[in-house]
Design a protein. Structure first.
Length: 132
């Protein structure tokens, strides 16, 4: 019992660093001020549309209000909500989830998007966040 034990597995992060000529560098842990998204899961499939859920992990952020998470998909988003956000504003293939006016984002939020295409083909193609 004289050892160090991990309480929780943390998935390693792979980074591409231009200017590094050789070598493989690994590290585990949470990147400070990082937001991570979980995989999309089909919640409802109506054939020509449906709803998908995914988790957003904000636990590494020291300040979660105000916070805007912008997620881009490979299809048009018709609705976006969840995680206690003030608003989920879809515009084309982008959904913006906003926590503002004293409403703090949780450490982990379950978010939902609605699409008018086959849900099983929907993918997240990018995301970003701002804290102002």
């Amino acid at each position: 019992q004289n050892g160090v034990f991990m309480n929780q597995y943390v998935k390693p992060i792979i980074s591409i660093a231009s200017g590094i000529t050789e070598g493989i560098y690994t590290a585990s842990g949470v990147t400070p001020n990082a937001v991570t998204l979980g995989a999309l899961k089909v919640a409802n499939d109506w054939g020509t549309g449906g709803q998908l859920i995914f988790a957003a992990d904000f636990s590494a952020l020291s300040n979660r209000c105000p916070l805007t998470l912008t997620v881009t998909f490979n299809t048009t988003i018709s609705g976006a909500w969840g995680g206690g956000c003030n608003s989920g504003e879809p515009t084309g293939n982008t959904a913006c989830f906003k926590w503002e006016n004293g409403n703090t984002a949780p450490e982990t939020a379950e978010l939902t998007v609605q699409v008018s295409s086959t849900p099983s083909t929907v993918q997240i193609t990018g995301y970003s966040y701002t804290q102002s």
